[in-house]
Design a protein around this ligand. Structure first.
Ligand code: C5P
Length: 214
């Protein structure tokens, strides 16, 4: 892959977010963070200035990468908003929780034995960080989203690409969650479709960057 004349500034998000119900319970998405961390490591090796906004994951920080740890989608939104204006490429590999409980209890919610009725939690929508970035995208910026689907992979991925105004979307199946390897289909806003072979996520990251950075 080529190295760059000007240092490219890349912002990558990785891992899940947690939306707390009370101090010990939360809603989240299943995500190991491996894909985002592999992208950060690969981008750094290419000489990019890399900021990694990471949800709660047990992964070491790749050498030379600036890491900002966050918990919730709103924390991630804050961190991304602070850094995004000063970046050339943004890759949203994080599995952001789409909803959060409408309130977080300060104390652990106690089990009551009095009722056998189902309990319910009111949920409200989290901000869509990628869609917000898409709306305020600067002309020089490249915006990359991920679409992890259980069905209608390409159709859903293309809808997200358009709705969130991305330049690229990486479509992959939910079988890649937590796996060391993954395959994907890379789709560009101008209609190019590139199936990527099943590879270790470290190698897939290099291939994705070779397309996105050109
Ligand atoms: O969850 P969804 O399938 O819509 O995610 C598609 C893309 O949008 C991913 O790149 C994800 O990081 C991003 N996203 C986001 N904010 C959300 C939900 C998803 O930035 N609230």
């Amino acid at each position: 892959m080529k190295s760059f004349e000007k240092t490219l500034r890349i912002l990558i998000t990785a891992g899940p977010t947690r939306e707390y119900i009370d101090p010990v319970r939360y809603l989240s998405n299943d995500s190991s963070g491996q894909m985002g961390f592999s992208l950060a490591a690969a981008a750094r090796r290419l000489g990019c200035d890399v900021t990694l906004v990471a949800g709660p994951v047990a992964l070491p920080t790749p050498a030379g990468v600036k890491r900002i740890d966050v918990i919730s989608a709103r924390d991630m939104q804050c961190a991304v908003t602070k850094v995004s204006a000063k970046t050339d490429v943004i890759i949203m590999a994080a599995a952001v929780a789409d909803w959060r409980p409408s309130r977080t209890s300060r104390a652990k919610i106690k089990k009551t034995t009095a009722s056998s009725k189902p309990h319910s939690i009111a949920l409200i929508e989290n901000p869509d960080i990628l869609a917000e970035l898409g709306k305020k995208k600067k002309p020089h910026q490249i915006l990359v989203g991920f679409a992890l689907e259980t069905e209608k992979l390409e159709r859903n991925a293309r809808a997200k690409l358009a709705h969130k105004r991305c330049d690229w979307i990486v479509a992959n199946l939910s079988t890649s969650i937590g796996a060391r390897q993954s395959s994907a289909i890379l789709i560009s806003a101008d209609g190019r479709r590139t199936p990527l072979p099943r590879l270790l996520k470290e190698d897939l990251a290099v291939v994705i960057l070779s397309h996105v950075l050109g």
